[in-house]
Write a protein that binds this ligand. Structure first.
Ligand code: ACM
Length: 620
């Protein structure tokens, strides 16, 4: 029987994120029978067994492998156009066929198939009474970028092995393939180094604080250090293997020479202030970001001493133990936000400058980076670092992760270095995602619409040098994996689509519909996600008459915005926002809510007048 297929808009109703390269929907439905047979033509047994297991749990059907009457067929093929990670999926009256050159490709094909199934496929509960069906489709798909990353900071708050596995599970559903693990920072050293035991005995622990970050009380030296944790080398191997089973490579980060307070607490002799009574930072402010002439200054020295040979000896031991634990080719050495005010004051650093002919602190940093690069290369790995590693000169095959916008990425690519884009203005998942007064307080805000608009290949740059795209989840304000999930999803869906899908296939209104389709899948997978895209964007302008003008708009199309200024709770019978208005003199609080089709969406916003005034853009 011939099957008709529909193109374009119809196919996007398939609700697949990231959007496939080509997808056509047929006019039939395939239903899984009482028994599910899976045929394996060349795929790894581990992959097929994992999938059989997933299906068995969700459907409670009898799932077995075999050749005859197979409902699902996995085939390894040889076909250049789809590359190493691409796949073909076809669903028709015969069942589900997934073909790829590699097991990774088959895995991505399976992720696509799951998105076509009932959301319960993501559940770890049995759903025997469901009709397990999916639409006829024909899909050809392959990723735009080879590096599709998410970073998790486990230093600012520690996340257990089980939590990290959850983070990896969440990534895998959307075809992410690089897990960047930020393992060290001022607030904790999280990886066992057997030859330097104090790194975790001392550096992994601090007194517990529940308050707001950078507004916490400084602990007394005697306060018990009960909060923290670290991963043993066995734990690391377990996580790396777990990620590998989901075709995710793990990139460990040891953030040096700055961000090293935990390391300096363990071994104060590594700093230029060895007599300082170091403690692992609990979240209290110690950095003046504005500093002197715009250069950040550290009130407590959180840098390693670049003139001390012991530093390089210890780093050689550290990277020597780390390199064999992580099979992937890159190790991340951080390199960001290193305050140099303590280096400037150090006689030893000055002597180093004289000896090595280093003209300024950037060149000192560059000297440090070159030494670290040599160590990392000596362990058979390539180095990657934040874009500050370009300052003062970068050499060899080092790659750059561009976070202060895309400029670092552009400069790096112009010098021939490979680049991963993770600009803070688009890809920082710790920034609040909706109305400022209704979300946890952080340094900056970032709406998903802006995240979605990111284009990783800058104009005029050789696209071969752009390895890919990455979202970063810093955890200063995030103490639990539930909260990490809330900040990550759905914005990481936007990053996933930018990282995988052809540029020409991106479309914001369709993406929003697909995100709404993913909510029930995320819920089935027990993922906490934000509904912030339903919150109206409320801005103000201060005009020349000294009046504050209020503007409201939806982040997504199709919302009606209602508000009150009399302290009442607005609904769809309240004033509807249709045009900008002057903030009344005596207003205390503006309450706002969005509706669609007569139903409230998202949160009720209660915005104090002070906040409305603070956010005003001055119009002269
Ligand atoms: C960074 O956000 N400091 C890399």
């Amino acid at each position: 029987m011939a099957v008709a297929y529909y193109h374009a808009a119809e196919a996007q109703k398939l609700n697949i994120i990231p959007e496939p390269v080509e997808a056509t929907k047929g006019n039939g439905i395939y239903q899984l029978g009482k028994k599910i047979t899976i045929a394996n033509n060349g795929a790894s047994d581990e992959l097929v067994n994992n999938i059989a297991n997933e299906l068995q749990i969700a459907t409670l059907k009898e799932v077995r492998t075999g050749k005859n009457n197979a409902a699902i067929v996995f085939s390894i093929i040889q076909e250049e156009t789809i590359g190493k990670e691409g796949y073909y999926v076809e669903v028709n009256q015969k069942g589900i066929q997934i073909k790829a050159n590699t097991n990774a490709g088959l895995f991505y094909g399976w992720q696509t198939v799951k998105q076509l199934m009932p959301a319960a496929i993501y559940s770890n509960k049995n759903n025997p009474d469901l009709v397990w069906s999916l639409p006829y489709v024909k899909i050809m798909d392959k990723p735009r970028f080879g590096w599709r990353g998410l970073m998790l900071d486990v230093s600012r708050h520690f996340f257990s092995k089980a939590d990290v596995k959850v983070f990896i599970d969440d990534m895998a559903r959307y075809k992410y393939n690089r897990f960047h693990w930020h393992l060290t920072d001022d607030q904790g050293w999280r990886i066992e180094i057997k030859s330097l035991p104090k790194l975790t005995e001392v550096g992994a622990w601090r007194p517990l604080r529940k308050g707001k970050w950078m507004n916490t009380t400084t602990p007394a030296v005697t306060e018990p250090k009960t909060y923290g944790g670290f991963y043993t080398q066995e734990d690391i191997k377990e996580i790396v293997a777990y990620a590998k089973s989901k075709y995710i490579e793990v990139i460990p980060e040891v953030d040096i020479p700055g961000h090293s307070m935990a390391m300096n607490t363990a071994y104060p002799q590594l700093s230029t202030t060895p007599n300082y009574p170091y403690q692992v930072n609990v979240g209290e402010e110690f950095m003046d970001w504005e500093g002197i002439n715009g250069h950040a200054t550290a009130k407590i020295d959180n840098s390693l001493d670049p003139s001390n040979e012991l530093v390089y000896q210890y780093l050689d031991q550290i990277f020597g133990e780390i390199a064999p634990l992580f099979p992937y080719e890159y190790i991340h050495m951080g390199g960001d936000e290193n305050a140099k005010n303590n280096w400037e004051k150090s006689a030893n650093v000055q002597a180093l400058m004289k000896k090595e002919g280093l003209k300024n602190q950037n060149e000192v940093q560059s000297y440090f980076v070159r030494r670290v690069q040599k160590i990392i290369n000596s362990k058979g790995k390539k180095m990657i670092g934040w874009d500050e590693i370009l300052e003062g000169g970068l050499s060899g095959d080092a790659a750059v992760m561009s976070w202060r916008g895309i400029e670092g990425g552009i400069n790096a690519a112009k010098q021939g270095h490979k680049v991963v884009m993770s600009p803070n203005g688009y890809n920082y998942l710790d920034f609040y995602q909706g109305e400022l007064t209704a979300e946890g307080k952080v340094y900056a805000g970032l709406r998903m619409k802006k995240t979605y608009s990111f284009e990783p290949i800058p104009e005029g740059i050789d696209s071969n040098l752009i390895l890919g795209n990455q979202g970063n989840q810093w955890t200063e304000q995030l103490q639990t994996m539930r909260n990490v999930q809330y900040m990550t999803w759905p914005r990481a869906l936007a990053i996933a689509e930018t990282s995988w899908s052809p540029k020409s296939k991106k479309n914001w209104p369709i993406f929003v519909e697909k995100v709404e389709g993913q909510f029930e899948k995320l819920a089935a997978a027990n993922v906490k996600y934000a509904l912030s895209m339903y919150d109206p964007i409320v801005t103000t302008q201060l005009n020349t008459k000294g009046e504050f003008i209020v503007y409201m708009e939806g982040e997504i199309d199709g919302l009606k915005i209602y508000f009150s200024m009399d302290d009442s709770m607005p609904d769809n019978f309240s004033d509807e926002y249709t045009k900008p208005f002057v903030l009344p003199e005596d207003l205390a609080v503006l309450r706002v809510i969005s509706y669609r089709n007569g139903k409230p969406l998202g949160k009720m916003l209660s915005i104090p007048v002070e906040s409305l005034k603070q956010r005003a853009i001055k119009v002269l």
